[in-house]
Design a protein around this ligand. Structure first.
Ligand SMILES: [Zn+2]
Length: 290
């Protein structure tokens, strides 16, 4: 057996066997949980009486030039607490895995980095080259699953509509103006959704927004002391639009440049202008002497 145990968390998982498929360039690792007990997800108590076990098939990051597939033997336990509704539960706390995931947590982390670095289609192509193949749809699901929750949103936020599907479905995006990071994505583009979010974040004092009356009213209703400001993008955009509309009315669409043909241009008479200046200088000097 290949000595791969140090690569798996020794406190939770034990490596039982490794099969090497040279043709397919794959490693099949069989692991089992080493934990003597597990916590019931309902009542939170630890129990060790085993009910049964089953296999989970999970993809892991490639090892050198080999794709890695894990077969993890996971157990189910009885919950003996009389007041708990959960009679049987699957063991938790295997750090390598996220619940119900088909990939290890570290593989998800790598794919999440790809998903946030490029488009879903490009990311999917890149993932195949890196031996962690996923579809574009799977990358989009990973992005949507990623928590945007900020533990302490600042007192200044920006708010704008967000297109889940352009011209069909819109939500609301809220960003922290100090960190410049998104902190919430509201499912609905509605005043109720904004009002609800504002009521849960009483520390917000300044909201930057577009000209939407829907946002204006929802923010006002949630807290009248919040200062609402126009965001820079819409301010400049609206200014440009107005200027383009008003300027032709004020100065006309064609602006004639006056031209005096009677006077020869300076470039044809450089010496004469210099002579004039010289004469003026001499006259001034004479006046001073007098
Ligand atoms: Zn329980």
């Amino acid at each position: 057996m290949l000595p791969l145990q140090p690569f798996y968390e020794e406190d939770t998982l034990e490596l039982l066997d490794v099969n090497q498929d040279k043709e397919e360039r794959k490693l099949h690792c069989i692991l089992q949980s080493k934990k003597a007990s597990s916590q019931c997800p309902n009542c939170g108590q630890l129990f060790s009486r085993k009910h049964s076990r089953y296999c989970r098939h999970v993809k892991d990051l490639p090892f050198i030039d080999y794709k890695v597939e894990l077969q993890i033997i996971v157990r189910k336990f009885f919950c003996n607490a009389t007041s708990c509704k959960q009679q049987i539960f699957t063991e938790r706390g295997l750090n390598l895995l996220e619940s119900y995931g088909r990939r290890t947590a570290r593989m998800d982390k790598t794919l999440r980095s790809i998903a946030f670095s490029t488009s879903a289609e490009q990311g999917s192509r890149l993932s195949k080259q890196l031996d962690v193949p996923v579809s574009a749809a799977a990358l989009l699901r990973l992005i949507r699953k990623t928590s945007l929750h900020s533990p302490s949103p600042s007192d200044a936020v920006g708010i704008d509509e967000w297109a889940y599907l352009k011209r069909h479905r819109y939500g609301v995006l809220i960003c922290d103006l100090y960190t410049r990071r998104p902190i919430a994505l509201l499912e609905e583009f509605s005043a109720d959704a904004v009002r609800q979010w504002m009521s849960e974040h009483k520390n917000v004092r300044v909201v930057s927004r577009d000209g939407s009356l829907k946002f204006k009213q929802a923010i006002q209703e949630s807290d009248q002391n919040i200062t609402q400001v126009t965001d820079r993008w819409h301010l400049v955009h609206n200014f440009n639009e107005r200027t383009e509309r008003i300027l032709p009315q004020v100065v006309g669409s064609r602006i004639p440049i006056p031209r005096d043909d009677s006077q020869p241009s300076e470039e044809h008479q450089p010496h004469s202008s210099q002579t004039d200046k010289g004469k003026q200088k001499e006259q001034l000097m004479d006046q001073v002497k007098e």
